[in-house]
Design a protein around this ligand. Structure first.
Ligand code: NAD
Ligand code: TYD
Length: 350
């Protein structure tokens, strides 16, 4: 597509979405952004610090307007499209945590499937490109000796979160085939970076260690995740949005596969904590996918994308960010989060 002038970003007060807004403000300030977010427990306006919310320009000329609302709100979407005439939508809005989806999937179905479908409808009506942000989890799990997933691998999601993301991917591709919706899907591996909500493994581990608690490692800790710095993901999403072929899927993998136990040890080392004290094995997550790994050669070939962050440096920077932004995560950890933590981890510790 031609370079977008006006973008609708959904879920832009969450982890990856807010990093994408910061990415645009630095590298593409000419793009005008409307950011629609429901501000669930995971959405936080502090993630947008330094960026005006009312459309007034930054010194670089970047304009960002925050709209508090739900992607399921058809009338609101219609109004926004008439008012701003978007030429692209990037959908980050989601319920994103596997453990919460195991406690109840209603909200996951509503936002990740029905909400995503509303965006497909409105994009089709206005002939607007939709970038659907998806995940490696739609492919299910890999065994240690299997080759990484390609975009052709079958979808075999194994937890409710992953199933809702797969459902949205399939709806989007069906809209491409049936109606010609201009849609591109990115499937990234596990992201890490600043402003990630501390329910996810790395920020939970780091903030626990900073508070003198242990890292709860599920099961034996042999599960493998492939880590991608959020800035690399944001660059990949931008490239897929602007250069990707309609109806195509692009894997964005981080290359670095690490067992959880190894990751926990590395974090203990970075924070100067004895792993004997800093790691505690807890009851496993049901249906815990053993391994994710992506073959990202298509993104390299077609988009010219490759991850640039090196994991060791990324982890050092990550620890530094959480050390320097204690106020940000202390506020989260003192609220509803505390109840979630007690409920979830209390019952895991036999
Ligand atoms: P997040 O939970 O940090 O943020 C989600 C944001 O969406 C929040 O700001 C929330 O308020 C908003 N939101 C939720 N429901 C909404 C609704 N109905 N309407 C409008 N806004 C709503 O999630 P994240 O980690 O930033 O993930 C963003 C996207 O990337 C998700 O689609 C997720 O599936 C995908 N993804 C994440 C990862 C990862 O490692 N975090 C990896 C691959 C893919
Ligand atoms: P998570 O950050 O929840 O992402 P995902 O489930 O989408 O991969 O978890 C990353 C890995 O860390 C996963 O294998 C589960 C594991 N994990 C723990 O061992 N302990 C924890 O407290 C959490 C949240 C995750």
């Amino acid at each position: 597509m031609a370079l977008p002038r006006t973008l609708l970003i959904t879920g832009g007060a969450g982890f990856i979405g807010s990093n994408f807004v910061h990415f645009l403000s630095h590298f593409h300030p000419e793009v005008q952004v409307v950011n629609l977010d429901k501000l669930t427990y995971a959405g936080n306006l502090k993630n947008l610090e330094g960026i005006p919310l009312d459309g007034s320009p930054t010194p670089a000329g970047f304009r960002h307007t925050f709209v508090h609302g739900d992607i399921q709100d058809r009338r609101l979407l219609a109004e926004l499209f008439v008012r701003y005439r978007f030429d692209g939508v990037v959908n980050f809005a989601a319920e994103s945590h596997v453990d919460r989806s195991l406690q109840g999937a209603d909200e996951f179905i509503r936002t990740n499937v029905l909400g995503a479908h509303e965006l497909m409808r409105v994009c089709l009506e206005h002939r607007c490109r939709l970038l659907q942000v998806s995940t490696d989890e739609v492919y299910g799990q890999l065994m240690p000796d299997e080759p990484p997933f390609t975009e052709e691998s079958p979808l075999r999601p194994r937890n409710p979160y992953a199933a809702t993301k797969a459902a949205a991917d399939l709806m989007a591709l069906s809209y491409f085939e049936s109606f010609g919706l201009d849609v591109v899907i990115t499937r990234s591996s596990n992201n890490y970076g600043p402003r990630q909500f501390p329910e996810k493994f790395l920020p939970l581990a780091i903030t626990n260690l900073l508070e003198g608690r242990a890292i709860p490692v599920y099961g034996t800790g042999e599960n493998v995740r492939e880590w991608l710095h959020v800035e690399d993901n944001c660059r990949g999403i931008w490239m897929a949005l602007t250069r990707g072929r309609s109806g195509e899927v692009y894997n964005l993998g981080g290359r670095d596969e690490v067992q959880n136990i190894e990751m926990a040890r590395r974090l203990c080392e970075l924070l100067g904590v004895d792993p004997e004290q800093g790691i505690r094995f807890v009851r496993d997550r049901p249906g815990h996918d053993l391994r994710y790994a992506l073959d990202s050669s298509k993104a390299k070939r077609e988009l010219g994308w490759e991850p640039q962050w090196e994991l060791s440096r990324g982890l050092e920077e990550l620890v530094r960010w959480y050390r320097e932004n204690e106020e940000w995560w202390q506020e989260i950890r003192s609220g509803e989060y505390r109840k979630y933590y007690e409920r979830h981890y209390g019952e895991k510790i036999d």
